[in-house]
Design a protein. Structure first.
Ligand code: 13P
Length: 248
């Protein structure tokens, strides 16, 4: 009850200053549902630029970070740096980080722990592959990925949003049906109730991600355990505003 709808736009490795200006102007024009929280996940190199042009009501997220504040980690950025340029969120454990860059559950957990300790809010992503779904392992995978996060999150659940993103639905145009998504969200909440606490299960927001569009957002958003979206492709387009407003 009372979970504020939260919509994230994950731009991935897309956008240049021209396109960013267009996206931000579109968000400013809105109008955006004041009851929805909006966070845009931008490429690291544009974090400061986006922060300088976006209204304060819109959160800005990095799409990854390292698990230490500074040091000899060529090419990486730290939560301290993300905060220093004014952003306050980071997306961690995205399936593209897990599959393309080989990030395992324990590395994701270490990153989550350090990001939270550093005062960032975290969108932590979980989700099964098509092979895992077809083998009937959806819950096993999602519970395993979430279990790894429990010690990392500790008492910091208020600063965490979970994003359930079935890998087979990402960038494929194959959205999970509202029932498929609702089922996983509900069983994850149930699992959290036993393995974290009933209060955490009740209050944590769980986003759905994977081919969300203005067309399917309303039906997905109406499901009782879907508390928002993590949007890839459509977050670069004007329809993102309609997705933010899906529960209005
Ligand atoms: O990976 C996603 C968001 O993090 C989803 O991407 P698409 O919305 O492009 O399927």
């Amino acid at each position: 009850m009372g979970r504020k709808f939260v919509v994230g736009g994950n731009w991935k490795m897309n956008g240049d200053k021209n396109q960013i200006n267009e996206i931000v102007n579109n968000l400013k024009k809105g109008p955006l549902d004041p009851n929805a929280e909006v966070v845009i996940g931008v490429p690291a190199i544009y974090l400061a630029y986006v922060k300088s042009i976006v209204p304060n009501t819109i959160g800005v997220a990095a799409q990854n970070c390292w698990k230490a504040p500074k040091g000899a980690f060529t090419g990486e950025i730290s939560p301290a740096m993300i905060k220093d340029v004014g952003a306050d969120w980071v997306i961690l454990g995205h399936s593209e980080r897990r599959t393309i860059f080989g990030e395992k559950d324990d590395l994701v957990a270490e990153k989550v722990a350090h990001a939270l300790e550093s005062g960032l809010k975290v969108i932590a992503c979980i989700g099964e592959t098509l092979e895992e779904r077809e083998a009937g392992k959806t819950e096993e995978v999602v519970f395993r990925q979430t279990k790894a996060l429990l010690p990392a999150i500790g008492n910091n659940w208020a600063n965490v949003v979970l994003a359930y993103e079935p890998v087979w639905a990402i960038g494929t145009g194959k959205t999970a049906t509202p029932q498929q998504a609702q089922d996983v969200h509900a069983s994850l909440r149930n699992w959290l109730s036993s393995n974290a606490s009933p209060d955490i299960a009740e209050t944590v927001r769980i986003q759905y991600g994977g081919s969300v569009t203005a067309v399917n957002a309303k039906e997905l958003g109406a499901c009782p355990d879907i508390d928002g979206f993590l949007v890839g492709g459509a977050s670069l387009k004007p329809e993102f505003v309609d997705i933010v407003n899906a529960t209005q």
